[in-house]
Design a protein around this ligand. Structure first.
Ligand SMILES: [Zn+2]
Ligand SMILES: [Zn+2]
Length: 312
């Protein structure tokens, strides 16, 4: 079995590009980087690598055990890899969607979103606690289909490397055909935004087509300032709090909730409460649409009443 982790080889490239973007930011976007935020992101990246080393072996052992029950044998060929890459990306879309819509998964994925900045170092903000969510089971169907666990790991590695460069404000738009098919800085800025229209949109890893297919695509609107981060900002650079705050929040909510609601705090979407004391992303968006729609309607009806067409 080949022992090859593409992400490890990419690290020098990551570092070089972060430094290059810092130089760009000094001239064009002075608030793009904040030292404490970047250090937190780097610590996340390092911690997630350590966590991967500690727990990755156990997952690999499980995958290899499941491998014996495979239905087919996908060969180590170019088309095997291509098929594996596309299906792994489809798997990524769904893992990621669950990561935002089920609080149990969000508790781990929130780490990637808690920075209020958006730069290449944000890409390195990876969770330490992914192993807790058992999200890796999403890959088991691929193993059962006959893709070797090492092939899946290599594809997942390249998938992660692809996602690095889209964490930037230095690139506005890619060519139209590229924006139509691939995940891009523009699409992923939407994913990291807390503006109501952008909440829980663009879950794609490499191919944006999944969002278009499954109804979660939202294009970036020119001229609308993006607020990055999470709905309830952390307001802290304390590393351990950053890593564990949502797990602690879940524990507190479950402790306080009546018995029949306890599990919902684990399995429903972030922001859900049994007494309506917080808002989910759907509720935030609906309220925003109502406010916005009302304003738009009143403007157009005013024009109608006045009997004159809108000035061009
Ligand atoms: Zn996300
Ligand atoms: Zn991201």
């Amino acid at each position: 079995m080949p022992d090859f982790n593409p992400t490890e080889y990419a690290v020098p490239g990551f570092v070089a590009l972060v430094l290059l973007e810092m130089l760009w930011a000094r001239r064009h976007r002075r608030d793009a980087y904040e030292a404490r935020d970047t250090l937190t992101s780097l610590a996340f990246g390092l911690g997630s690598t350590v966590s991967g080393l500690l727990f990755g072996g156990a997952f690999l052992a499980l995958f290899l055990w499941v491998w014996q029950f495979r239905l087919f044998d996908v060969p180590w060929s170019w088309w095997g890899f291509a098929l594996c890459f596309v299906l792994d990306d489809l798997k990524y879309y769904w893992v990621h969607r669950f990561g935002h819509r089920v609080r149990w998964f969000w508790a781990s994925h929130v780490n990637h979103h808690s920075s209020q900045h958006y730069n290449l170092s944000t890409a390195l903000r990876q969770s330490w606690t992914g192993f807790l969510t058992l999200g890796f089971v999403f890959a088991l169907p691929l193993v059962l289909l006959g893709f070797h666990p090492a092939m899946i790991a290599i594809c997942a590695g390249f998938n992660l490397i692809y996602q690095f460069w889209i964490h930037t404000e230095a690139i506005d738009r890619m060519p139209r055909w590229f924006e139509a098919v691939m995940n891009t800085p523009s699409h992923h800025r939407v994913h990291h935004a807390t503006n109501p229209r952008y909440l829980d949109r663009n879950y794609a890893g490499v191919f944006i087509v999944w969002d278009k297919l499954f109804g979660t695509f939202e294009p970036e609107v020119r001229g609308e300032k993006i607020r990055y981060g999470i709905v309830k900002q952390l307001g802290s650079f304390d590393l351990l709090w950053s890593v564990f705050h949502e797990w602690i929040g879940i524990a507190q909510d479950m402790w306080r909730a009546p018995w029949k609601h306890k599990l919902s705090y684990l399995l429903r979407e972030p922001g859900w409460t049994h007494d309506g004391s917080r808002e989910t992303s759907d509720q935030i968006r609906a309220a925003w649409r109502e406010r916005n729609g009302e304003r738009e309607n009143s403007v157009s009806s005013d024009n109608l009443v006045a009997g004159k067409p809108e000035a061009a």
